[in-house]
Each structure stands twice: as C-alpha cells, then as structure tokens.
Write a protein that binds this ligand. Structure first.
Ligand code: TYD
Ligand code: MG
Length: 462
C-alpha cells in the first residue's frame, strides 16, 4: 500500500495525524495541526551487518562524575547541576524577548574568557546585532567565535572539523534549516531533524550543546516541548515582563536535580545573578505595617519567601475585590471562610490583595499567609516581623498540611526568620519536619485561632 505523502503534525506536542482537525486530541490545543510532508525514510540497509553483542555490567562499579565546565554564572551553573557536561545537549526555552539570547551570550562569553573554545551560532540575529549586544554587555573582548547561519549541513560540516570545542550555542533551534526535510524552518519536522543532527554531533564530538528555543502559544512554530525528550536537560527561562527578575528553572536534568531555580535580575548591562532570591522579593518590605505577611512558598521546588499585602478600605457602594499575583476566586473563598468560620466581618469593605514583587502564586499553601494578612489588616495589627506563614485553608476553616514544609522552614531560617506559623499536623509526631532548632513553630489548627490572635493583640494594644 502506498504511504500517504502528507501528514498533520501538532506543532505543540508533536502528535501525528493522517487527517487535519481543528483540535489536537493528544494535547487539546486548538489550531496547532500543520501539514508536513512525510520524510523519506532511509530504506532497509542493503546488506545488514551482523549486530554486535551488547555488554551488560552490574550496578556497582566506578563511574567518575561527568567532568563539567562551569560557565562562571553561578545561578546558571547551579541549575545545570554544576556546569555544562561535555557531549550533552541542553535546551533553553522561554518566551520571545525574555532574555535567552542575553543569558546565553553572557554564559558563552564568560566561558570563552576562561580559555575554552566556544562557538556561538545565531540564526536570528546578524553578526552585527550580536556584536552590538556584546558591546552593550561589556563582553566584546571575549574570544568567542561568532557566526550567523541557519543551514544545519554547513554548521555540521564546520563542527565536524572543529577541534577542542567546549560549547556550541544554537540561537535558536527554530531558525535552523536542514535540507532534505521538506518543511519550513520552525515546524516540528525541521526542529526535530535539525536538533537530532546537532545533538548527534555533540555526542560524537564531545562538546556541550545549548539549543535556544522559543515557547509559543500560537502553535505556528514548534515549541521546545517537542525537543524535551531528545536533550539531556531542559531549562526554562521565565519572568513577568513588567518586573526585573527572571527565573531559570530546570524541568529535566539527566546530570543534576530539577529542584533548583536560578534567579536573575535584568539590568541595562545584562542579567545579574541574584544569589538570594527571597531577599530580593522581600527587599522592599517594611516591618510594622498591618496587612503584610510573609509567605514561605515554593517556586517549582525551590523555596521562596514572598510578601503578601492586604488592604481594607470602607466601600462606597459594592465592595471591590482586587487581586494581583493570586487567584480572585481563591480570595473570594478565603474571605467567605474568614467571615463564616472566624467571624471576621469584611463584607462592607473593599479588599485589595497584592503579592509583592510581581510573582504569581498558584499554591494553596499561600492561604494561611493571605488569611494572616487579612486578619492583620482587619485588626490593624502588624504581623510579627520575624514570622513566616504557610498552609492551606479548607472550607470549614481548618488549616491543612502542605508539601515540602521542611524546605520552607529552612529557607525561612536562612533569611533570619525566627517563627513559622504552619498547619498543625505537619509539626506533630513522626511527620514533623526537621526544622532548624532556632525556629519557633506555631501550629495553627483553624483560621479562627489566627483571627483571634490578631484581635487579642489589638485589644492589648488599645
Ligand atoms: P533577548 O536576550 O534578546 O531575549 P530573547 O533571546 O529571549 O528573545 O532580550 C530581549 C531584550 O531585552 C533585548 O532587547 C535586550 C533586553 N535586555 C536587557 O536590556 N537587559 C537584560 O538583562 C536582558 C535579559 C535583556
Ligand atoms: Mg533571542
């Protein structure tokens, strides 16, 4: 039977269909199916060579840890698990304009300055544009080898002949083009084929390969997700455009943990490392203000402390509820719980809630911190400056346990907090996290207790 010469490939997840449809059944995205021609498969090998025996070994044995080339950018190195591993491929994904090229140019130049051979292939920008950026970043003197190219065959031939290369950066994989694949650059077929070729070279030639990839929601260009299984590590660069900080997050790492995030601050001279992110997010916090509570949160799996701010004002007309950085629905629920279960009267008041710093919090664990901020605002009593809060609040007002209590407590301790307000079960019996001894644990079973404590404080102050 003749094979169909065309197929439809979801540009979001890579699922393949014989017919077009409006929605991808695999990932549920709309309008992501694009017609691509079926790649000519290599025919059966003319004379099959006999297979070689595969040697099996035991689990024990000496394996040296992979030698790593530290990029010199500590936040990046940590997310990588200690630096770039030779003969490995890393995908750095993120929204257009988020700072991927800047980050990779900084890393490449730093490595080049450390007398490693680094090749930077830009398919998006001209040599002149990259030079301009390097000058702006103060990196123009780095002995980096720069090229503007998109033809993978040419790049491959060059890399095949190059000696002692430590790092090759491809910016971006979506601009790469491999002849023989009859799809436009940026489609799943092209991106996959180009990445496959480059990764194969990285493995055989022994250099570390960084593929920069744009995340796109429109689905017109293949997202990095179709490459995730091909590479050894996947890092995503994220951040809110209105704010200065950027987060580098490992979602996959064959040579390290995925629970690390790197935090950077955008400056006019490039990305600056933020060694202590909680300190950054808490930098502008003013103690002794009612309505502010510190939430011991998790970003991915890295603990981050954030300030939650609540403001209550008497409403003229229908009370307003305005939220930045948290879910409106969740706030409505929490307000209802505080009113029904803890007797906190907020219905005649405008409620404003803000997660300072611009980070969006998705965790239910923030409930207790929000409740504390609201109770503090209502009682006009500041939370104690050295206290962090975390815990989920249920509909009956009970405070529920959340994941990773230990990591949250450690971070709080590291930043000099001396008290944590947390769910009861977490702090009791066998499941008790090994909290730093200096940290006082204040267990809360019900939000009514929290509200009562602020109210009592208010009476005492009067
Ligand atoms: P760029 O690195 O080009 O983003 P991407 O490669 O992800 O598309 O950065 C986008 C713009 O932001 C660019 O004009 C440079 C600017 N920028 C700074 O000025 N400072 C910084 O620290 C960063 C990261 C970017
Ligand atoms: Mg770029």
């Amino acid at each position: 039977m003749a094979k169909p010469s065309h197929r439809y490939v979801c540009q979001n997840c890579g699922a393949v269909y014989p017919k077009w449809s409006g929605r991808c059944d695999s990932c549920g995205e709309w309008n992501t199916l694009v017609e691509e021609s079926v790649e000519a498969r290599p025919g059966p090998v003319a004379k099959a060579a006999p297979g070689k025996r595969v040697a099996f070994v035991g689990l024990q044995g000496e394996t040296a840890p992979p030698p790593r080339a530290a990029t010199g950018i500590a936040e990046l190195d940590r997310v990588l698990g200690g630096g770039l591993v030779p003969a490995s491929a890393v995908l750095v994904g993120g929204d257009p304009g988020i700072g991927k090229s800047t980050l990779m140019l900084q890393a490449a130049a730093t490595l080049a300055r450390a007398e490693k051979r680094v090749l930077y292939v830009s398919g998006e920008e001209s040599v002149e544009q990259v030079r301009l950026r390097a000058r702006r970043l103060g990196l123009a003197d780095a002995p980096l080898e720069l090229a503007s190219a998109i033809n993978v065959r040419d790049i491959a031939a060059t890399l095949e002949a190059a000696r002692d290369v430590a790092l090759v950066v491809i910016d971006s994989i979506q601009t790469m083009w491999l002849d023989g694949v009859e799809s436009a650059p940026g489609t799943v077929s092209q991106v996959r084929a180009a990445a496959f070729e480059l990764i194969r070279l990285a493995k055989s030639r022994g250099f570390a390969l960084v593929l920069v990839g744009h995340v796109t929601k429109e689905g017109t260009i293949a997202g990095p997700r179709v490459l995730e299984h091909m590479v050894d590590a996947v890092l995503y660069f994220e951040g809110d455009r209105g704010h200065q900080f950027r987060i580098l997050r490992a979602v996959k790492n064959r040579f390290g943990a995925t629970d690390e995030i790197g935090v950077f601050e955008m400056t006019d001279r490039g990305l600056a490392e933020v060694a202590n992110p909680s300190a950054l997010f808490l930098a502008e916090r003013r103690g002794n203000v009612a309505g502010s509570a510190v939430f011991a949160g998790l970003e991915g799996t890295r603990p981050v402390l954030l300030e939650v701010q609540a403001l209550l004002a008497s409403a003229s007309g229908t009370p307003r509820r305005a939220v930045v950085g948290w879910e409106t629905g969740r706030l409505a629920m929490l307000l209802a719980v505080l009113e029904a279960r803890a007797g906190l009267r907020l219905s005649g008041l405008d409620v404003y809630l803000n997660v300072a710093g611009g980070l969006r919090v998705g965790e239910p664990a923030a409930d207790l911190a929000v409740a504390a901020a609201l109770a503090s605002a209502a009682a006009d009593q500041p939370t104690s400056a050295g206290t962090v809060y975390f815990g989920e609040v249920g509909l009956s007002g009970e405070v529920r346990q959340v994941a990773q209590g230990e990591a949250r407590l450690k971070e709080a301790h590291k930043l000099g907090f001396d008290r944590a307000c947390l769910p009861r079960r977490l702090a009791r019996g066998g499941a008790r996290p090994t909290a730093p001894a200096a940290l006082e644990l204040d267990e809360v079973g019900h939000v009514a207790d929290l509200v009562a404590a602020f109210a009592a404080e208010s009476v005492r102050a009067a």
